[in-house]
Design a protein around this ligand. Structure first.
Ligand code: KMH
Ligand code: ZN
Length: 271
């Protein structure tokens, strides 16, 4: 089986330092955490950044500082967020694309997001896809529900996304697809055979869905963005969560992909 790509979603936009002291906030803290998870086995970092007060921001300069610090220490694949935080404008969200990172997220539909709404109109999706293509950034489709796969495939038909396709199934968000094994199989059946996929389930589902993905040939995203607990009531660091997936994957006899091996699997230009 193909080696396992681990994506570390280490910051996110919703979690606060009050909820967990393990959350990295400054570019320096972010780079330190990235170095740790990279040494443990993560080959992609899914990156959000925060302002000086710890609030989510899509500020290009802060992204740039974090990315420079990450590149000084690691050869990890940097995947910036274009989701940002709920309520941000389209122009705010797209800023980090102009830094030409290797990858970025592209959510292909609107979804209820707890009590809020994560808005991704067809116009926004196309605008983001076009800018990614123009700046040589590979999209990872963020799939919060099954209809978003159809929207993603429509972008391919329109030639707005080319080359190898990679899907990330975001499961268990209140308002999105529930995190069940049956639903995961349904999502997998709905993407092209030659596409790759990972699973990013939230909260306590992170472990179960991640564990299922390993023998199914998928890839796994873990990190504090999606889940802050190691077990019930026990807070985790980003590294604890990555370490557990590495351990489980080895138990299943599946090796972990280094960043350059992940580049090969994902068809990234620099591979
Ligand atoms: N913070 C969520 C509203 C992404 O990074 O592209 C969106 C999100 C997805 O985190
Ligand atoms: Zn994110």
């Amino acid at each position: 089986m193909e080696k396992l790509i681990i994506t570390a979603a280490i910051v996110g936009a919703e979690i606060s330092k009050e909820q967990t002291p393990y959350l990295p906030i400054t570019p320096e803290e972010i780079a330190q955490d990235v170095e740790k998870v990279w040494q443990t086995g993560a080959s992609i970092v899914h990156l959000h950044v925060r302002d000086q007060d710890g609030n989510a921001t899509q500020n290009k300069e802060i992204y740039q500082e974090a990315i420079e610090k990450i590149r000084e220490r690691t050869d990890i694949i940097v995947q910036v967020s274009t989701g940002g935080a709920v309520g941000m404008t389209t122009e705010e969200r797209i800023q980090p694309i102009f830094l030409k990172p290797e990858m970025a997220t592209l959510t292909t539909g609107t979804v209820n997001f707890g009590t809020e709404i994560f808005v991704n109109s067809q116009t926004t999706i196309r605008y983001f896809a076009q800018l990614m293509q123009k700046n040589g950034v590979k999209p990872e489709f963020e799939i919060f529900d099954v209809g978003m796969i159809n929207n993603a495939m429509q972008l391919v038909k329109e030639d707005l996304v080319r080359g190898h396709l990679h899907f990330d199934f975001v499961m268990g968000v209140p308002g999105g697809i529930p995190a069940t094994g049956k639903n995961l199989l349904h999502l997998i059946e709905n993407i092209p055979n030659d596409a790759s996929w990972s699973v990013a389930a939230v909260g306590r589902h992170q472990l179960a869905m991640g564990m299922l993905a390993i023998p199914l040939g998928g890839h796994v995203r873990v990190g504090l963005e999606d889940n802050i607990y190691f077990s019930k009531g026990v807070l985790a660091s980003n590294n604890d969560l990555v370490e557990r997936i590495v351990r489980l994957s080895k138990e299943f006899g599946r090796d972990i992909a280094k960043p350059n091996e992940a580049r090969q699997i994902l068809g990234l230009n620099s591979a």
